[in-house]
Design a protein around this ligand. Structure first.
Ligand SMILES: Nc1ncnc2c1ncn2[C@@H]1O[C@H](COP(=O)(O)OP(=O)(O)O)[C@@H](O)[C@H]1O
Ligand SMILES: CC(C)(COP(=O)(O)O)[C@@H](O)C(=O)NCCC(=O)O
Length: 314
């Protein structure tokens, strides 16, 4: 464990972190882990044991403390206030592994002793539909702050954190590369909600007076930034693109079906161009600067194995 006087974080090496699991039981079978695996890499049982179980243990302790705070507040008011879900934000670059990390945490948290109801919501559902992006010249800016309907996201989070029993989030399809009209994810009385997206730690530009004066992260009880070397993230993006070329892109309804017949070399070139022209720019300009707002920074190495974890000194 390294704690420098001038950093708001304590840094744990992989080895030191793995020891913090204590007696959290390993609650996933090998087949459940397989289910959790992303699309092209192997998530090992060891990675779950060393990294994600200690993380789940910590999250469970924080959640318990937050419930105690709720009870204390009720005591102060002399009446029961509405139960609101514990909200965890997961941020990071496109292709860094936010969805995979969020799905692992969802699965492990759901298996905690009191079996909480854990919902996962991705902020791509709050992207403007392609026709709106096209009209505003934003098709090459998908994922940039201006491509999201932040007001709608803030309203969703406000309702969620007000204890509304049912809230609805719009749904994005990676296959259609667009919002699915009139389709919603219903979030009904969750105990924990994971909000995953590249934009969740961003702050609205001060000059934009039309945006609400609250940030997305104001609704989080805890935030996690998934971090890695830019070269590795680019590689994961290109690898995922090549895999999609042989799977999802071959489907008739795929927005990218024109890429299905590319050779491997051509696919690498197209993916690298999209990475450089859109996702890398977004990473440098809008995502990296939010890293140090996170409570926990999970740093991954080449093969997705976590090399260290930074924890904000609370
Ligand atoms: N912990 C992990 N172990 C193995 N593979 C992973 C892990 N995290 C991400 N990946 C792989 O890396 C790629 C990007 O991950 P993904 O979760 O889709 O990223 P994001 O949601 O940030 O775009 C996917 O192909 C996924 O399978
Ligand atoms: C929908 C996204 C903005 C969000 O990414 P995610 O939250 O899934 O990491 C991204 O997947 C995307 O489509 N970026 C635009 C460039 C591209 O096609 O990769």
């Amino acid at each position: 464990m390294i704690s420098t006087k001038y950093s708001p974080y304590i840094t744990f090496s992989r080895e030191a972190w793995a020891k913090l699991r204590f007696n959290t039981p390993l609650t996933l079978t090998q087949s459940e882990i397989q289910e959790l695996q992303g699309m092209n890499e192997k998530l090992s049982m060891k990675e779950v044991e060393d990294i994600y179980l200690p993380l789940t243990r910590l999250l469970n302790l924080y959640i318990k403390a937050s419930q105690q705070l709720h009870t204390v507040t009720d005591e102060f008011f002399g009446e029961k206030t509405r139960k609101v879900p514990y909200v965890i934000g997961v941020a990071g670059s496109v292709a860094v592994g936010k969805s995979t990390t969020s799905r692992i945490l969802q699965s492990l948290l759901m298996r905690s002793p009191d079996h909480p109801k854990v919902e996962l919501v991705t902020t791509d559902g709050f992207l403007y539909p392609n026709d709106v992006l096209n009209k505003n010249g934003l098709m090459e800016k998908k994922g940039f702050p201006e491509s999201y309907n932040i007001k709608e996201l803030i309203t969703f989070l406000t309702n969620l954190k007000s204890g509304d029993t049912k809230v609805k989030a719009p749904v994005y399809s990676h296959l259609y590369y667009d919002i699915i009209p009139n389709t919603y994810q219903e979030v009904v009385q969750p105990d924990i909600v994971i909000i995953e997206g590249i934009n969740v730690l961003q702050t609205p530009k001060n000059e934009d007076k039309t945006l609400p004066s609250v940030y997305v992260s104001d609704f989080f009880d805890l935030s996690i930034f998934v971090d890695a070397d830019e070269k590795d993230i680019q590689q994961w993006y290109v690898d995922r693109f090549k895999l999609l070329k042989d799977t999802a892109f071959t489907k008739r309804e795929s927005y990218f079906k024109r890429f299905a017949d590319l050779s491997v070399v051509e696919a690498e070139k197209v993916a690298t161009d999209i990475w450089n022209n859109i996702n890398k720019k977004n990473l440098d300009l809008n995502i990296k600067p939010t890293k140090n707002r996170a409570d926990i920074i999970v740093r991954k190495g080449k093969n997705h194995s976590v090399s260290n974890i930074k924890l904000r000194k609370i």
